[in-house]
Design a binder for this molecule. Structure first.
Ligand SMILES: [Zn+2]
Length: 349
């Protein structure tokens, strides 16, 4: 099994972050990638640099308007006298869908749902390489690998088709699922990050060909606040193809694994040809976000249960922040997954 990563993903180094209105260091640091890469090696994975796939993977999910914004906004921002070093929104539309502004400040508000996704000089190139990692991992699985791990950083699951948020710019899990859809009629995405995968839900909300399932801390009092409730089930053709399992804050291994059983049963009933795991590790009991209380042995059990689905699988890194257990949790998940994961010959054919 391979770990897909390019060191250029580390050049994105966001500075700005607000927590409950107070300035703090942005926790989505390049050090996360070093820890996760080292842990993937410990689990026996082979590193591979993704090829340059250009804009195509991002364009398979995101709008041309949004990609043009991401590509050009940093240079435009530098021309504003007295502007911040990074692009940070200070105004948001009450309801999106009105006039599209021409101003850089207006567009930043339009395309950025919060202040935790500042855009610097290296943000878009790094996000593109992160998307390439996801797309290449999907290509490897389409070509016959049982599974591949995309070390996506920056992460992606809070990014909608035309909206950044929560450290995310391009939705890597959605990009992987769309790449798998080239050859697989039905793809399931299971998001185990502590935060609801609101962007992924939004991308596929009206589609029946990609099932989106998310386990996360109850958003009533936790980011992303406005999405992730159990009654969000999809719309139009997608009605019934979005399944949210919000969990009480501080839920531990047993509660998480019980919810995971429900998620896996829904996925099995969908009969997908391939699986994407939005692999957040921030449900950990020691993670700085402190939403849930999964232990390191718990991550091994989670990986084991997911492996038992026996589906061709793309693992896409989401959250999980610097703390003493971060690397161990990835290694534990991968060990559990690989111990149980057996894909039938020709499963994708
Ligand atoms: Zn998260």
């Amino acid at each position: 099994m391979k770990v897909i990563f390019d060191a250029a993903q580390k050049r994105h180094y966001p500075g700005f972050f607000l927590t409950s209105g107070a300035r703090a260091a942005n926790p989505e640091t390049p050090a996360r990638a070093d820890i996760l890469l080292s842990a993937a090696r410990d689990a026996g994975l082979t590193p591979e640099v993704p090829p340059d796939l250009g804009l195509a993977p991002a364009a398979s999910i995101h709008t041309p308007e949004y990609l043009a914004f991401l590509e050009g906004i940093f240079a435009r921002w530098q021309r504003i006298e007295g502007a911040s070093d990074e692009v940070i929104p200070n105004i948001h539309p009450d309801r999106r869908g009105g006039a599209y502004p021409l101003s850089a400040v207006g567009q930043a508000g339009y395309h950025m749902t919060d202040t935790s996704c500042p855009i610097g000089a290296e943000t878009f190139p790094a996000a593109l390489r992160s998307a390439h990692a996801a797309a290449h991992a999907a290509d490897l699985v389409r070509q016959g690998d049982d599974a591949a791990y995309a070390l996506c950083r920056p992460p992606g699951h809070h990014a909608f088709k035309d909206l950044a948020g929560g450290f995310c710019y391009l939705n890597n899990a959605a990009i992987a699922a769309q790449a798998l859809r080239c050859t697989v009629p039905r793809v399931a995405i299971l998001d185990i990050d502590v935060h609801h995968g609101n962007g992924t839900q939004g991308v596929f909300y009206d589609r029946a060909d990609v099932l989106t399932v998310s386990l996360h801390a109850d958003p009533t009092r936790f980011y992303p606040f406005f999405w992730g409730h159990a009654d969000e089930r999809g719309e139009g053709a997608g009605l019934g193809y979005n399944f949210n399992l919000p969990l009480v804050r501080k839920t531990g291994d047993e509660g998480f694994l019980a919810a995971l059983d429900r998620a896996l049963a829904r996925i099995a009933a969908f009969c997908p040809g391939a699986l994407v795991i939005a692999l957040g590790l921030d449900a950990y009991e020691g993670d700085p976000f402190a939403g849930l209380s999964v232990s390191t042995p718990g991550f091994r059990r989670i990986g084991g249960k997911i492996g038992e689905l026996a589906l061709p699988t793309v693992l896409v890194q989401e959250g999980g922040y610097v703390c003493e257990g971060l690397g161990c949790n990835l290694t534990a998940f991968l060990d559990g997954f690989r111990a149980s994961h057996r894909v039938a010959e020709g499963a994708l054919a």
